[in-house]
Write a protein that binds this ligand. Structure first.
Ligand code: FAD
Length: 495
């Protein structure tokens, strides 16, 4: 499937977060030698959710030379230190998945090994007490810090973020065409996309097409017929209701994820409002019941009408096919539990730039891209499945089904290794590092039976001191931090 047609003209179809992030990043990095056009329709709204992120967003912001204060102001963003999972393990239980490392310093084995031994000897506090991000989140505090470091991401207004990225893209010469796509024209011989015909009659040709048309997947799915791997059996959620509310209390620096009888709901605090939603499976819960859950759970007056969004969890069989690369929802959707979609958008863009087919599309580039995106998506999928699978809830068929279902061999191996002796084997392509897996597995009730033998090199007294020291550092550091909202105001008002 190699072509030696040079790639000069890039056409991005769709102007949601995926489209504008692709346009901004490509134009700001390799755009000088390219002609980049983005097509979007004012009549077809973006999905309008996607407001919680993970720390990797900071990397793309660095690449785009985004000044944090400009971004916070333009998107009404707040800081996010992690996710509070409520009622996931069992009712009236909660735990925090923070972005940081628990235990400030590590000695030979992961901190959780020390914690397991200390806990067996009744010298340990809750695992969360050794996490800076968790305590800061619980106390509603935040600041930029270096040593120790506070790891963070953002909550942002998705439509404002799209506009913000559009500004960057247009500054770097991206042309915007407004209107509805009417048809995707294929070359009869090669099967490559030749051009896009707009309803206005305008024809936009290109060498490389990036499909950012959201769930419609107009180019890769519809025109090129690339199939879909359906993951509904292990991730049965297939719908969400979303509504925005006024905020009437200070924004907390974390996302709330509250498990329901059959599904869960989110709360994402921004500077000016709160994003709320409920995620559910229509096989286990009616739309009306999900809507009732959402409206009963909100904390403030709605400022939008609740909106129903349907989806099928899974991923396209290929992310790059012929001369079309899909980025964003057009390539698949896991589900929003760990706020990973924007991260996957970034990864697709970064990999596309790394493998950019300047001198023509080559099978090796296409295969490498597809392998990479498949692995990254599947590792995230396993992490999400973990939350649903590892729990003790017995109050609804939904949870019983998820607990009893078969998970991937990889996830089963991770669970077995951890259960036996706390082992986590970090994988290079996994967004979630050791402490994420530890926090979620222990948060969901799986405590290792044994710890690594190297921990026994430390005597009881030293271990006790070590644990206290870790806890003290966390407490003292957090006590010096300003409140989250004070920090944002101060940061935005800096000259
Ligand atoms: P969209 O936003 O749907 O944009 C599609 C674009 O294509 C639009 O500009 C539209 O005008 C254009 N288009 C479509 N058809 C045509 C046509 N015929 N002609 C012209 N233009 C067309 N991600 C996170 O990272 N964190 C989260 O917390 C999170 N929460 C989510 C919650 C839910 C319930 C859902 C469903 C998703 C969530 N996501 C989240 C995912 C996130 O919303 C998306 O990854 C992100 O918004 C990117 O969407 P997109 O740009 O691919 O598609």
């Amino acid at each position: 499937m190699s072509t030696n047609k040079l790639v000069n003209k890039v056409v991005i179809a769709g102007g949601g977060t995926a489209g504008w992030m692709a346009a901004a990043t490509i134009s700001a990095t390799i755009g000088r030698r390219l002609d980049v056009t983005l097509i979007e329709s004012d009549a077809i709204p973006t999905v309008g959710v996607g407001e919680a992120t993970v720390p990797s967003l900071l990397t793309i912001h660095q690449l785009l030379k985004i000044h944090e204060a400009d971004f916070l102001e333009a998107t009404n963003a707040t800081y996010k230190l992690g996710i509070m999972f409520e009622n996931w393990t069992r009712l009236n239980h909660k735990y925090f998945h923070s972005f940081g490392n628990s235990g400030m310093s590590c000695w030979a084995a992961g901190f959780h090994h020390f914690w397991v031994r200390a806990q067996q000897q009744k010298m340990a506090k809750d695992y969360a007490d050794y996490s800076l991000e968790t305590l800061a989140a619980e106390k509603g505090k935040f600041a930029h810090m270096q040593d120790p470091n506070l790891n963070y991401a953002y909550h942002l207004d998705s439509s404002k973020y799209g506009q913000f990225l559009r500004g960057i893209a247009e500054k770097h010469g991206v042309k915007r065409v407004e209107g509805k796509i009417d048809n995707v024209n294929l070359d009869p011989q090669s099967g490559h996309i030749e051009s896009i015909r707009m309803e206005s009659g305008q024809v936009i040709d290109g060498d490389l097409f990036i499909d950012c048309t959201g769930f419609r997947s107009l180019l890769l799915g519809e025109a090129l017929g690339v199939g879909y791997n359906d993951w509904s059996e292990m991730l049965p959620a297939n719908a969400a209701y979303a509504v925005q509310t006024q905020s009437h209390r200070p924004a907390v620096p974390y996302t709330r994820s509250i498990a329901l009888d059959a599904g869960w709901r989110w709360q994402i605090p921004l500077q000016h409002r709160v994003g709320n939603g409920v995620v559910f499976s229509t096989n286990f819960k009616s739309e009306q019941s999900a809507l009732d859950d959402l409206l009963q759970g909100i904390d403030g007056e709605p400022i939008t009408d609740p909106r129903l969004i349907r989806f099928t969890t899974g991923q396209r069989k290929e992310f790059w096919h012929k001369n079309c690369v899909s980025v964003g929802l057009s390539s698949g959707f896991i589900e929003p539990l760990e706020s990973t979609s924007i991260h996957l958008i970034q990864q697709a863009i970064i990999w596309l730039i790394s493998l950019f087919p300047t001198d023509g599309i080559d099978t090796n580039q296409v295969n490498r891209f597809n392998q990479q995106m498949t692995v990254e998506t599947e590792t995230i999928r396993d992490f999400i499945v973990l939350h649903y699978h590892l729990q003790e809830r017995d109050d609804h068929e939904f949870w019983r089904y998820l607990r009893e279902m078969k998970v991937s061999d990889r996830l089963q191996q991770i669970l077995n290794l951890f259960q036996n002796n706390g082992t986590i084997v970090e994988e290079q392509d996994d967004l979630f590092a050791e402490n994420s897996w530890v926090q979620v597995m222990m948060g969901q009730g799986l405590i290792p039976k044994q710890y690594h033998p190297i921990v026994d090199m430390m005597g009881d007294r030293d271990l006790n001191m070590f644990m206290r020291q870790q806890e003290n550092v966390v407490q003292q550091t957090v006590s010096r931090l300003p409140s989250h909202t004070q920090f944002i105001q101060h940061f935005l008002n800096q000259p």
